[in-house]
Write a new protein. Structure first.
Lengths: 523, 673
């Protein structure tokens, strides 16, 4: 195992800058709330600025990992501290660093107690999520994966709403159970890969050069599936999501929707497909059906919701079903669409939670029925909300359209019926989103509480404008995003195809070998 | 000049953003000027492009201009590109021309509205998307415009959002349109997928049309049918027409611009644009024509009995759109687009006229409370009557030529059924239009005194557009006059580069002019009879010559069931609610119950089970496991309690026991002997 650190370790810096910020906060005085807030803001902004170094120096034509850092960690077990970013993780990293700033903004006045612990945990969440997106060593990946759970559970459990403990424990048990299965899968993969090649390593880039036998893949796929699918969350493992989202403070919901849900779909695309190609292929039709159920079912349940936050939460189930559909279409269009949809969902659902949080902060009421005609009272807020709603339902000229279109094309290539059913989901999306908008913003002006309801202030504008810009940027000029991910996705698809054939050959060889020896013996 | 085509949609977009961002701080006059000027300038550029391409030879009139590359992924590359050809040029002339007039009109009509800036911002945005729809050089740009106009329609129908019915109507329009888009986008996928298989993966019109003949006929039929589903939604045909009458909740200029002149004709434009595909799919053509003419008749029957001045026009629009589809369905693309154009003139005119009436009547829309307005507002009245004559098919007004060309082509191509139904519909159209004219402008005024007092002619900003549109409605049909040119009308020549690919495009004149003139006479006669019946029923001076059964009240009584059915629009809305909307709502409810009850029930059940097991284990631990341990201990300690007593430590006790034992042993030995 060799150490590779090309240039200065920019990825480590990005990962641990927020943690450093958290350290500062931990050693600050509990009462100096302003200092804590500004430190958190400074840390996230600085991380974002450093992360901008990545797209500036990114070589889109290069499909492999860039800014690689690799150093031996525990040699005996073949574990390494291995970071790298390619076209698949690049945008997720940027999304994470951007969303974290918005989360700090969203918490500015929303969080009333224990600001110190809260901000520290929020920054730790960022560090761990970034670690997940950058780790190419499966063990390191697992560590970050588990670690991200802890700050999130506390954020929900301490700063959440009325049923916060129930939600936090449900979230914890669901994801923790899934993660344990995933660990089992990772260890099994480590063992069988070592047995097959003689090289015992957790390095994913080595492991996916020689996938294990299909029947072993099958079991490992199920184990890792449980870990990833809970995070997505895929129907029927989704019920922790509405509770966690509803109870979490605004920033918790944002980071949960925009970043944490992506960990699951990222895991599928990044690890399941190349490491377990045959099992992926075998499970793909079933998973596409389940994804479609999630799309339609999620949408139908959303329509019946009465709480704004629950509408957004359940719509995530539907939208993430879309992302899954694209991944398991197993072609380049679908994967590109899925990856773009992950970003889009992060932007638009993150924005929706942000906006719901803003109104909740003003009135402390999330019931849709308590509102009406807000367009009149808060026009800027209404327009931003409308733009986000349109993006979420995939109207052309917004980001959602491009992503959905590519996922649908990918799904259509797999089989036309998938696309037909998925389009029904798009249709239902228009129903619940427009209905939400209509009930809250149109009609006669009604809102809970007395006194004037104020339109967005400067801090809230700072938090929302970047998202609005991204909605139109990706909608009108998606090329930088698509060409950025193109090379890496193409190589992923190619690797997937080669591997699925190769491990079939390996099986044949293994199967053929005893035959041969028997033949020899009989002679 | 052609290179500047991107300015045409860009100017209204700029206008929209300008009014949207700064409008609330500007004076109402400025807002109106910005909005109108943006569209007016676009119109001027459109005119110059029109002149430019007319100077080009006919086969060089199709120019593609790429703005930038929108989307490239794998085998798919979509440019943000515009296509200038005779069809798109005519469409942009209509959109910006009629659009400009309606903008000017709006600055008068909406002058008292607080949200004037918002209104102009939406209206300009609509023009932007509509221009993208007709100018796009590929399906994806068309789809961008297609969805965009739907959005603006939603915003504008719900413009007076404080009325709940307005919000509901907006949402209904959007959702029903989305049902149509469902078909459109699937058609798009199928087309793209099929072409990828043929090695020509592209969504550019040019490439698609070039490869069209390679597409298997069944696939092509399916593609064109799916596209038509989109058109049915957007252009309000059976069974998706239900949103258009409700859309009248929007301000009247919106009804004129979006729901009469431009957006609703997008479906017709789409079919005409795809004439190459539709010509290769004759079965789809049949479907289009039958749905079209069916809608024409169906909507006309509803229009016969409506009392809301705008609802009559709305059903009339649905009916006229049906006419256009009947035309493009039988391959008479020129006739269809011709009618699209004249309809934009006369229906735009009539909607604006009805707006002028509503303005004068202080918002009243029920024709039963109007009457005798001719005396108060001569310009509105005369222009409205010109529009009504045009739609009724009275020569030499515009509607006559376009409608007659559709009827003639239907007859000439052998679709006698379509011709007959078309003729019947034409009669009904003439009837309900003049019923409207007579109820509104003649007779005694039935309004209350207060309203009556306020009736006045509208200001110049409103009447001038009416006059311009009236002129267009009167003479706009001249471009389509037959007989003059040897090879079809001027319009046919104009459209030849676009429609000549379509197999049915060239109109043969074999049948001879004699028959054509005869049929013209028949349709004029039908139109005149429609007007006459309306006069006998609703025009006071003519009423005294009418037979008894023609009195409206009497008629409604004799034909009560039919009247009720028509008056309630065949109960279609109720039917849809019952068959589709409510079941879906119920399904959502069930899904939620399932989610909370079953799925989360399992989760919580598992949680409860874990806790229960833990409780049982706990008790087991305390009472059984610990119980055993403790009882062992208790047993020992209990025994020790007994036996401990014996260990007294006194020598005499031990000696005593020793002696007793000895005696017992010795005694026992002796006794047993």
């Amino acid at each position: 195992m060799t150490d590779i650190i090309a240039g200065f370790p920019v990825l480590s810096i990005i990962i641990f800058l927020p943690a450093l910020g958290a350290l500062f906060i931990i050693f600050s005085r509990r009462e100096s709330v302003e200092f804590i807030k500004w430190t958190a803001l400074g840390a996230t902004v600085l991380t974002f600025i450093v992360s901008l170094y990545l797209p500036l120096t990114f070589d889109a034509a290069n499909p492999s990992f860039q800014w690689v850092e690799k150093t031996v960690w525990i040699e005996r077990f073949g574990m390494s501290y291995f970071l790298g970013v390619d076209g698949i993780s690049l945008f997720l990293v940027l999304l994470t660093t951007l969303i974290s700033i918005i989360c700090v903004f969203a918490s500015w006045t929303d969080i009333k107690t224990k600001m110190k612990g809260y901000m520290a945990l929020l920054l730790l969440t960022e560090t761990c999520s970034l670690g997940v997106f950058m780790s190419m060593d499966l063990f390191l990946f697992y560590i970050f994966w588990e670690a991200v759970l802890i700050p999130m559970v506390f954020i929900i459990g301490i700063w959440g709403g009325g049923r916060r403990l129930y939600a936090a424990i449900k979230f914890f048990i669901f994801t923790f159970t899934g993660s344990l299965f995933m660990l089992l899968g990772v260890l099994a993969l480590y063992y069988y890969h070592g047995k097959l090649t003689g090289v015992y390593t957790f390095d994913a880039t080595v492991m996916w050069l020689s996938p294990v036998a299909p029947y072993i893949q099958w079991w490992i796929f199920i184990a890792m599936f449980l870990g990833f699918a809970v995070k997505v969350p895929l129907f029927p493992l989704h019920t922790w999501l509405p509770d966690a989202h509803t109870e979490a403070p605004t920033a918790g919901s944002i980071v949960l929707a925009a970043v944490l849900l992506k960990l699951g779909t990222y895991g599928f695309a990044r690890f399941s497909l190349p490491l377990l190609p045959n099992a992926s292929m075998e499970f793909a039709p079933m998973l596409m059906v389940v994804s479609l159920i999630a799309v339609i079912y999620g949408a139908l349940v959303t329509i019946a919701q009465r709480d704004m936050k629950k509408v957004v939460a359940y719509s995530s189930v539907s939208h993430m079903g879309f992302v899954m559909l694209g991944i398991f279409a197993l072609n380049a269009d679908g994967l590109k669409g899925s990856l773009l949809q992950m970003i889009n969902h992060g932007i638009s659902t993150g924005a929706l939670f942000l906006f719901v949080g803003m109104i909740y902060e003003r009135t402390h009421d999330r019931q849709i029925g308590s509102y009406g005609g807000l367009m009149k009272a808060v026009p800027v807020y209404a327009v931003f909300f409308l733009i986000t709603v349109l993006s979420s339902m995939g109207l052309p000229a917004t980001n959602g359209f491009i992503g959905e279109l590519m996922v649908l094309i990918g799904a259509f290539k797999a089989h036309w019926i998938y696309a037909v059913i998925a389009v029904v989901g798009v249709l239902l999306g228009a129903v619940y989103l427009l209905w939400l908008f209509q009930r809250v913003f149109l009609g006669e002006l009604v809102y809970p509480g007395k006194g004037e309801i104020k339109d967005l202030n400067l801090r809230e504008l700072c938090a929302s404008v970047p998202l609005i810009i991204l909605i139109f940027w990706i909608g009108l000029y998606p090329r930088p995003f698509i060409s950025g991910m193109e090379a890496s996705i193409d190589i992923l698809v190619k690797r997937f195809e080669i591997n699925s054939k190769k491990s079939m050959l390996d099986t044949n060889r293994v199967a053929a070998a005893p035959d041969h020896s028997q033949g020899g013996a009989s002679k | 000049m052609v290179e500047l085509v991107w300015l045409i949609p860009l100017l209204p977009l700029i206008g929209s953003v300008a009014n949207g961002v700064f409008g609330s701080r500007l004076s109402k006059g400025t807002v109106g000027v910005i909005g109108s000027a943006a569209v007016g300038l676009s119109f001027l550029i459109a005119v110059s492009i029109f002149w430019r391409i007319m100077t080009l030879p006919a086969d060089a009139r199709s120019i593609e201009i790429v703005a930038y590359n929108w989307l490239t992924s794998g085998g798919m590359s979509i440019d943000a590109a515009f296509l200038i050809d005779p069809l798109s040029t005519l469409m942009i002339l209509i959109v910006t021309g009629v659009g400009f007039l309606i903008h000017v009109y709006s600055s008068g009509y909406m002058h008292h509205d607080k949200g004037l800036w918002r209104f102009f911002s939406y209206l300009n945005l609509f023009i932007f998307f509509m221009l993208m729809l007709v100018l796009g050089a590929n399906y994806l740009i068309m789809f961008l415009g297609w969805e965009g106009v739907g959005l603006c329609s939603y915003l504008l129908i719900g413009f007076w959002y404080e009325k709940k019915s307005a919000g509901d109507a907006g949402k209904k329009a959007f959702v029903v349109n989305r049902i149509g888009d469902f078909g459109f986008i699937l058609g798009l996928f199928l087309l793209f997928w099929t072409l990828s298989d043929l090695g020509a993966a592209s969504l550019n019109y040019k490439d698609v049309f070039a490869a069209a003949h390679q597409i298997p006929p069944v696939t092509l039929t399916l593609i064109t049918l799916l596209f038509f589903v989109g058109a049915v939604g957007k252009s309000a045909q059976i069974p998706l027409f239900v949103w258009l009458p409700d859309a009248m909740e929007g301000p009247t200029p919106v009804s004129a611009l979006i729901h009469a002149a431009t957006m609703v004709t997008a479906g017709v434009y789409m079919v005409a644009r795809n004439n190459v595909l539709y010509s290769l799919a004759p079965y789809t053509g049949e479907v289009v024509a039958i749905i079209g003419i069916g809608t024409a008749l169906f909507a006309a029957t509803i229009g016969l009995v409506q009392n809301d001045i705008k609802k009559v026009l709305a059903y009339s629009t649905v009916s006229q759109l049906g006419y256009m589809f009947a035309a493009v369905g039988i391959g008479a693309y020129t006739a269809g687009v011709f009618h699209l154009m004249t309809h934009a003139f006369f229906k735009g005119l009539m909607f604006l006229g009805s707006g002028s009436v509503i303005h004068a009547m202080s918002g009243e829309q029920d024709m039963r409370k109007m009457g005798g307005l001719h005396g108060h507002m001569k310009i509105t009245s005369i222009t409205f009557i010109i529009g009504a004559l045009a739609i009724a098919g009275i020569p030499p007004l515009a509607g006559f030529w376009s409608k007659d060309e559709i009827l003639w082509e239907a007859f000439e191509k052998g679709h006698v059924g379509i011709w007959a139904v078309g003729l019947l519909t034409a009669g009904m159209t003439a009837f309900y239009m003049f019923r409207q004219v007579f109820m509104t402008f003649t007779g005694k005024c039935r309004a209350d005194e207060h309203t009556k007092h306020h009736i006045h002619e509208s200001p110049g900003s409103m009447t001038v557009p009416l006059i311009v549109l009236a002129v267009l409605a009167a003479i706009g049909g001249l471009v389509g006059i037959p007989f003059i040119f040897a090879d079809g009308t001027a319009l046919h020549q104009y459209f030849a580069p676009v429609f000549s690919h379509g197999a049915h495009a060239v109109v043969a004149a074999e049948a001879g002019h004699g028959l054509e003139i005869l049929l013209m006479a028949v349709s004029v006669a039908v139109g005149v009879s429609g007007i006459s019946i309306a006069a006998l029923m609703y025009y006071a001076p003519a009423r005294k010559y009418a037979p008894d059964f023609l009195a409206p009240e009497k008629m409604a009584e004799t034909l009560a069931p039919a009247h009720r059915l028509l008056y309630n629009k065949y109960y279609i809305d109720e039917l849809y609610d019952y068959l589709i909307v409510n079941p879906i709502k119920r399904l959502c409810r069930y899904c939620l119950d399932f989610d909370l009850g079953v799925i989360d029930g399992i989760v919580n059940g598992a949680g409860w089970l874990t806790r229960f097991t833990a409780w049982v284990s706990h008790k087991f631990d305390i009472y059984i496991v610990d119980g055993l341990v403790n009882s062992a201990a208790t047993f020992v300690s209990f025994n020790s309690l007994v036996w401990r007593r014996m260990q007294t430590g006194y020598l005499q006790h031990y000696a005593l026991i020793f002696v007793i034992g000895l005696i017992l042993i010795v005694g026992g030995a002796l006794l047993s002997r």
